[in-house]
Design a protein around this ligand. Structure first.
Ligand code: KG4
Ligand code: ZN
Length: 396
């Protein structure tokens, strides 16, 4: 057994190059995240080729900074963990190639981590750090995890079996992820990428009941019979065994927002910004000055509807599985209305609802190093042939 249990985590699945050092899966010594937002912002979304190039540029300084911040040298490490999927193939490969080379040069074991499992462990890491006296909830009762990000809206039943967590998919989106809907709606209203933080910041200034967006029950049969619009997610979704009550769909609300904007002739913030029409608003104050009341009401109503749908289906799944504990994670878990409503409803129903810190909600490497710790203890190491798996699934 190693003296300190120090794992270096490396994450490069999308548009953040991240490295972190975590001790025994429960104490963060450093967490460094180099964001590529400014590179992708002008395109309104992540450009895969640019992401790979930026990862190549950032990986060495980011890992070096994580070691310096942790106050350790490469020789102090016990293992290296890296995200092997899901994500962008070229982006994943940068982290994997670097982690493999470093592990080989240092004679250290390499641990492959699923990005989604990483997000779930961000909550467990935060819990462990909040109760360092050992008051963690790592008992064997099932928990329900909602992973809600720019690429995923998935519900998993999670259970620690002899310290290794096992996962079963119980629900998912059939089309867009919730974060994608935030990003697309923000884009059509003229805000920059990523859109979630803009919607979050502006929603509190509008009336959430102004526009009555509704989520109908998802018709799984239509998707199974190919009668629904053919989206990439629907084609690949293992939805046949999932309870339709736990299926999400966020492409409809995006279209409803677009229709509302057209019908009411709402001008996007970017277009209204006649002084410097080439760039979207840069601050909340600037955005507020450019947004008419109707736009703020639309933003508040959109966020309220999406959070309401996530809350309703997650609670229904928790009830059906007998889970007394809900772990909410992924970029959208940084959303303030989501946190407030999940927390309030959890308290009302005597359910424990846990989140990562807002910084650990979005992509980072501390969650990768934390998820690797049980695998390290079990000796589950990656083979030298490890490669990227862009559509890696979690659980069954
Ligand atoms: O987990 P993440 O960093 O990357 C993925 O794995 O996708 O999530 C990024 C997503 C983006 O869609 C972003 O708009 C959304 O999380 N997001 C938010 C907030 N902060 C980030 N959505 C709503 N409210 C926020 N405060
Ligand atoms: Zn993520």
């Amino acid at each position: 057994m190693p003296a300190r249990g120090l794992i270096l985590g490396i994450e490069s699945s999308c548009d953040e190059t991240a490295a972190a050092v975590v001790e025994r899966g429960s104490r963060t010594l450093s967490s460094v995240v180099a964001s590529q937002i400014s590179t992708h912002a002008r395109y309104g979304g992540v450009v895969p080729e640019l992401a790979s190039r930026e990862h190549l540029r950032a990986i060495v300084p980011v890992v070096r900074a994580a070691l310096v911040q942790a106050g350790i040298a490469l020789d102090d490490l016990d293992a290296i963990a890296v995200t092997s999927g899901p994500g962008l193939a070229g982006a994943l490969l940068v982290g994997i190639a670097y982690a493999k080379a470093l592990a080989f040069a240092q004679g250290l074991p390499l641990i492959a981590v699923n990005h989604l499992e990483g997000h779930i462990h961000a909550v467990l890491l935060h819990e462990a750090e909040s109760w360092p006296d050992g008051r963690s909830f790592a008992d064997d009762e099932p928990a329900l995890a909602l992973v809600v990000s720019g690429g995923h809206t998935h519900l998993y039943r999670c259970r620690p079996v002899r310290n290794i967590w096992s996962y079963k998919l119980v629900g998912r989106t059939l089309d867009d992820a919730a974060g994608e809907a935030f990003d697309k709606v923000a884009k059509l209203l003229g805000f920059g990428y990523p859109g979630g933080p803009w919607i979050d910041a502006l929603a509190r200034y509008g009336n959430p009941r102004a526009v009555p967006f509704a989520f109908a029950q998802v018709k799984r049969k239509l998707h199974l019979e190919g009668k629904a619009p053919r989206t990439k997610a629907a084609r690949t979704a293992p939805i046949a065994d999932l309870d339709p009550r736990f299926l999400f769909s966020f492409s409809g609300i995006k279209t409803a927002v677009l229709r509302y904007v057209e019908l009411n002739r709402l001008r996007p913030a970017l277009e209204r910004n006649t002084v410097r029409a080439t760039r979207p608003p840069q601050s909340k104050e600037e955005a507020l000055a450019l947004c008419p009341r109707q736009t703020l009401d639309l933003i508040a109503s959109f966020q309220c509807a999406v959070v309401g749908d996530l809350l309703k289906k997650t609670l229904a799944a928790a009830e059906s599985l007998g889970a007394r504990r809900i772990l909410v994670t992924g970029g959208v878990a940084a959303n303030r209305e989501l946190r407030a409503r999940f927390t309030a409803e959890g308290a009302r129903r005597n359910l424990r609802v846990a989140f990562p810190t807002p910084a650990l909600s979005t992509d980072n490497a501390a969650m990768i190093a934390a998820a690797a710790w049980p695998r390290f203890q079990a000796g589950e190491f990656a083979p030298p042939s490890l490669s990227a798996d862009p559509s890696l699934a979690l659980g069954k």
